[in-house]
Design a protein around this ligand. Structure first.
Ligand SMILES: Cc1cc2nc3c(=O)[nH]c(=O)nc-3n(C[C@H](O)[C@H](O)[C@H](O)COP(=O)(O)OP(=O)(O)OC[C@H]3O[C@@H](n4cnc5c(N)ncnc54)[C@H](O)[C@@H]3O)c2cc1C
Length: 338
């Protein structure tokens, strides 16, 4: 639904799609149902892909025939500082020769390709200009998925550890220009984070509803849980948290829709929204007692996903750092951020 019309999508305007993501987010299968699983990657290809790349990768992505994956994070270095990435790509004749080790390449085991971010310009002074994005089909010799990583007790996931051992792809698989990797990665993530935060709201609301239902029916110590002050506090605080996160997210979307990169707003909602999601689900689990940690309600799975949300697309601390640095700088220059 959210893909632009010119690449075969439903063409829903940005702000409408922002609102819609709250509904999509209610269900684990929402994104699959509306065909937006690959949207971040489709938009990235649409912006930076050549005609040839788009014919091979973008068209089947939008049609839902293939899935993408993205490889930045490496186990040996801090993913929250991507300038530390060690994977290298060297132009050898008319091929890129890639060597490295990535992990948490989500969906690599299901994907047709990985957009891998590798160091191609080691001599470049500006460390943000040292990396490029290269499309690597997952069936390329030397592209080895070592394992699907078990996460928080879950073994059937899709977060993959991948070795690149003398992987060769055509020079034409470079996405965008040499050294443009970080610009591309940032463009990919920006609107995606807003959609993420809206989907988190859908999850938080679902947890909220489950919490209210349970509170209204579970009886202990002479009354329903819903009549106890502590439980009413959980309900009221959750409602306030959800409403605050929604308004902040919609504001970030509005700023982005007006043409700004909305860096501060996006970082604010990334760490604030992740915490709201986590806290609301946590309270809902608490109100369910032991039932809350079983697989008999969706809550335990939702809780795991919420925990990941505080780490992927930049850990909380990094987003707080982005916000604080910018605000402090603006104060110093006498033009406070508003
Ligand atoms: C579910 C999930 C899916 C993911 N999918 C993908 C994917 O598809 N592709 C991909 O490339 N990566 C993916 N990742 C990886 C994710 O992007 C990284 O985990 C993230 O960037 C953090 O990197 P790291 O794990 O190396 O942690 P590190 O960088 O080692 O950071 C560890 C901790 O250090 C602290 N820290 C870091 N910087 C600062 C700072 N400046 N100030 C204070 N504290 C700080 C934070 O507490 C942080 O959590 C995924 C991760 C998860 C959990």
């Amino acid at each position: 639904l959210g893909h632009p019309v010119e690449i075969g999508g439903g063409g829903i305007p940005f702000m409408s799609f922002v609102y819609l993501n709250e509904v999509i987010g209610r269900s684990e299968y929402g994104q699959l149902a509306v065909g937006s699983v690959s949207m971040q990657d489709s938009i990235m290809l649409h912006l930076y892909g050549t005609a040839e790349q788009n014919e091979r990768w973008l068209a089947p992505l939008v049609a839902g025939d293939i899935l993408p994956s993205v490889g930045l994070t490496e186990p040996e270095v801090a993913g929250s500082d991507p300038t530390l990435m060690q994977t290298s790509a060297v132009l050898d004749g008319d091929e890129w020769l890639i060597n490295g080790h990535k992990w948490f390449t989500s969906g690599a085991n299901l994907a047709a390709f990985t957009t891998v971010f590798a160091k191609t310009e080691p001599a470049e002074d500006n460390k943000y200009g040292q990396f490029s994005a290269i499309i690597v089909p997952t069936d390329t010799p030397g592209y080895d998925i070592a394992r699907v990583i078990p996460t928080m007790g879950h073994t059937g996931g899709h977060h993959c550890e991948v070795y690149y051992r003398d992987v060769r792809v055509p020079a034409a698989n470079l996405l965008g220009r040499r050294g443009e990797g970080f610009v591309i990665a940032q463009k990919r993530l920006g609107p995606g984070r807003i959609f993420h935060c809206m989907r988190w709201l859908g999850q938080a609301e679902r947890a909220f509803e489950l919490m209210c239902e349970r509170a209204n029916t579970r009886y202990a110590h002479g009354s329903l849980l819903s009549q106890k002050g502590e439980i009413q506090r959980y309900v009221a605080e959750s409602a306030a948290d959800i409403q605050a996160a929604r308004l902040m997210t919609l504001d970030a979307a509005r700023v982005m829709d007006a043409g700004s990169e909305a860096r501060v707003e996006i970082s604010l909602i990334k760490f604030y929204g992740a915490r709201v999601l986590h806290d609301v689900i946590d309270r809902a689990i608490q109100v369910h007692g032991a039932l809350g940690v079983t697989g008999d309600t969706p809550l335990e799975k939702m809780y795991r996903e919420a925990r990941y949300g505080r780490i992927y697309d930049g850990p909380d601390e990094v987003h707080r750092m982005v916000v604080a640095r910018r605000l402090l700088k603006d104060y110093k220059t006498g033009a406070p951020w508003a």
